[in-house]
Structures are given as C-alpha cells and as structure tokens.
Design a protein. Structure first.
Length: 224
C-alpha cells in the first residue's frame, strides 16, 4: 500500500527531484518523514503547485520580453552607428561597374574612370590600372582618394548615385589578393588578357542618394 503512495509522490514531485532507486519500504510515519526530508517540508497542495507554476510562467514571460527589448535596442544602436552597410547601397554598387576615381597630388586634383567590382565583406572596390597612369602614380603617393558612381538618367525620380572617400592600396595579403582576383575575373573575364596589377579601394565614408525613396533622400555610411 505504501509503495503506491510513494509512487504517487514520485509522480507528483518528479518535476523537482528524482527519487532514489530502489525506493525504501517503510510505514506511514517513515514515509511522511522521508518526503519532508526530500522536499524540505510537507507535500505541496494543488493550489500551491498551481501558484508556483503561475509564478514560473510570469518569470519566463518577463525574461523573454527582456530579450526582445535587448534585441530591438541593439538593432537601433547598430543602425545609429552605421556598423553594417545598407543593403540598398550594396545592391547599387553590385549593379554598376564604372567608377570615377579622384586623386590629388601637390594640391592638383585628377580623376579617371575605372572598371570595378565590389568586395562586399570588405566594403571595398577592386580595379586594375597600369602603374604608369596618373591616377595610379598619384594613388601611390597619396592613398587618400574619392570617387563617384552614378546612374545616368534624365528622370529626376530615378536619380541614384554614390559618393565616397577611401584608401587605395595594392593587395599585399595573398588570400585577399586571390579573392580580389577571382571576383574581378568573374565580373570581367577578358581582364585575364590584361597584365595590369590589382588595386583595392577600401571605402571609409559613403553617401548614397536615391530619389526613389524621396526627393534628395540620402543614406550615409561610415567605417568609423
């Protein structure tokens, strides 16, 4: 008879403790003392168990609500700090392939058009250029450059374009150089016939104008 009572006790309180095996046999007095030893007092009533379950549910709901608000707050902070570049900017840079690159030496500005491909993870533009060209020699002497990429259209509502500043370097890291070369040849396969070296323009600051989002609407991004 007392084995059945212990069985009911194990089912009733199994959420909180695992009863030892084998379960000892004892009389009613011994069983009551054993349950007090396990649970620190008398067995909980049905109302007590319901109240405990309600409290646990409320605590879980509060915890989940805190997680949701923390995620919302983190997303807002990331957006404010411009840590991640807007996907609309990425799509625009991927869609186009001609960039006007501006250099400067001894206070004299210059610009040139280059074919580029975007390295999305690095937020950088890859292009090739003969070292003897003016923009290449000036880029070596003064790595700080600026550039523009624009959609040619006469429809005001469709005007889109990017203006940026960055640093031009030759890719010295072998892995980065291989990645840049693969990306460039995938976009411009005929470039394999060209022996010009690769250059990488790492973008530091960027402004994207998109009139489709509203007249003069601008999206800003900064690496810092």
């Amino acid at each position: 008879m007392f084995d059945a009572q212990i069985g009911r006790g194990a089912k009733q309180f199994g959420k909180y403790v695992v009863l030892p095996e084998p379960i000892p046999r004892f009389g009613q007095v011994g069983y009551t003392a054993y349950t007090k030893q396990l649970f620190g007092g008398n067995q909980r009533s049905a109302a007590g168990r319901a109240e405990a379950g309600k409290k646990e549910g409320e605590e879980l709901a509060q915890h989940e609500a805190k997680i949701v608000w923390m995620r919302i707050f983190a997303a807002a902070i990331l957006q404010f700090l411009n840590v991640e570049i807007d996907k609309r900017i990425v799509q625009f840079l991927k869609k186009h392939h001609v960039c006007t690159l501006a250099t400067c030496r001894d206070g004299q500005p210059w610009c040139a058009s280059v074919f580029y491909v975007l390295l999305e993870e690095e937020t950088a533009l890859v292009f090739t250029s003969d070292p003897a060209t003016r923009h290449s020699t000036e880029g070596l002497l003064n790595q700080k450059v600026a550039g523009a990429i624009a959609l040619e259209t006469e429809i005001i509502g469709l005007i889109r374009g990017v203006q940026f500043s960055g640093i031009v370097t030759e890719p010295l890291d072998s892995d980065l150089k291989k990645k840049a070369l693969r990306a460039y040849l995938k976009r411009f396969p005929y470039a394999i016939l060209n022996n010009s070296p690769l250059w990488i323009c790492t973008i530091h600051e960027l402004k994207f104008t998109d009139n489709r989002l509203g007249f003069g609407k601008k999206l800003h991004w900064s690496r810092d």
